[in-house]
Design a protein around this ligand. Sequence first.
Ligand code: SAM
Ligand code: SF4
Ligand code: SF4
Length: 378
Amino acid sequence: MTVPRVIPILDQRVAAPVSGHWPSAMASGLPRDRLNRPLHDLRISVTDRCNFRCSYCMPKEVFTKDYPYLPHGDLLTFEEISRLARAFATLGVRKIRLTGGEPLLRKNIEALIEQLADIRAPDGQALELTLTTNGTLLTRKAVSLKAAGLRRATISLDALDDAVFRRMNDVDYPVAGVLEGIEAARAAGLGPLKINMVVKRGVNDHEILPMARHFQREGLTLRFIEYMDVGATNGWRMDEVLPSAQVLDCLRQAAADGLLPALAPLERAAPGETAERWAYADGSAEVGFISSVTRAFCGDCNRARLSTEGQLYLCLFAHQGHDLRGLLRSGANDEEITAAIAGVWQARADRYSELRASLPAESLGAARPRIEMSYIGG
Ligand code: SAM
Ligand code: SF4
Ligand code: SF4
């Protein structure tokens, strides 16, 4: 098993920040990477722990009680996260998503949300602040999250059938608990809600239609996510990926059979959007397809990821990060931190999903050293 714990610093500019000078391309505006992609989204993992053991993310056999989760002192504090988020905002970040692990397990997460909600982009706008959760703690927390300044929530749910869902989360958690969480989030005003469903062939593909019908009736956006070869512990195999095109075929057939309204494609709302969006013709709801395996969308990927212990990752499939925590704790000032992040972004050329198809089969899945999704955040 390859579970990298200590990530070497790839780019020494982080350890020895560019002092006092902005990298040259910054002179004319916000940084672009080597593929000319701007920095727009920041995903922040606030914990590497979770109360689920989804087999595609934190398989029970690996993530046991003896698993070396990060000790508390290694985690970025809320003040450190906010300071970094402010630096990212000056470099173009407009959207922050809190993730994990299960982000709602981080103690007093509302305090972090309050700090992040105060951050302004250079034009004075607040950032779009959202969170991805398995929904189990929403009945308790939706109201306080909203009050703290969270704008929206995305909730993961892989099946409506209770037995299938209990097997997939692998801790025997009932589907009713997540449905209650979804209701609590809606009632608290955390909409428009999105529901994420990872589709694994032979495991929950028979749940595609029941899920689509349920969330269409509920008027919520359901997003189908292709099972990805992220991390090195989930035993990923290509034959377990159900391509989004087949999910769409299934929905179209259901529409032809009168089980769902017809679907029409939507224009992309923003560059770098991960999902291809479709809308039901009667305006009741949208569906999305996140097709990282069969239709790579690296070309305009504008997402940076900050791990729980303050490593900056430039790609979900990266296996090395850039040590921002070390930089923060070395006493660097805000200008140095901002310049270092800009420098790392400008050196970025990651596009793993585009390259995947050309990689030999034996180099995919566990054969590649990679960071776990629960550490880097989805
Ligand atoms: N615990 C929270 C949750 O499940 O929503 C947030 C973290 S989770 C890592 C973020 C998202 O990544 C979830 O929607 C999850 O379904 C998705 N995910 C995890 N492992 C995946 C995989 N191997 N392929 C595709 N999506 C995955
Ligand atoms: Fe936990 Fe989310 Fe991973 Fe499932 S997908 S194990 S809920 S972090
Ligand atoms: Fe972005 Fe990496 Fe995913 Fe491509 S593979 S879309 S570069 S995170």
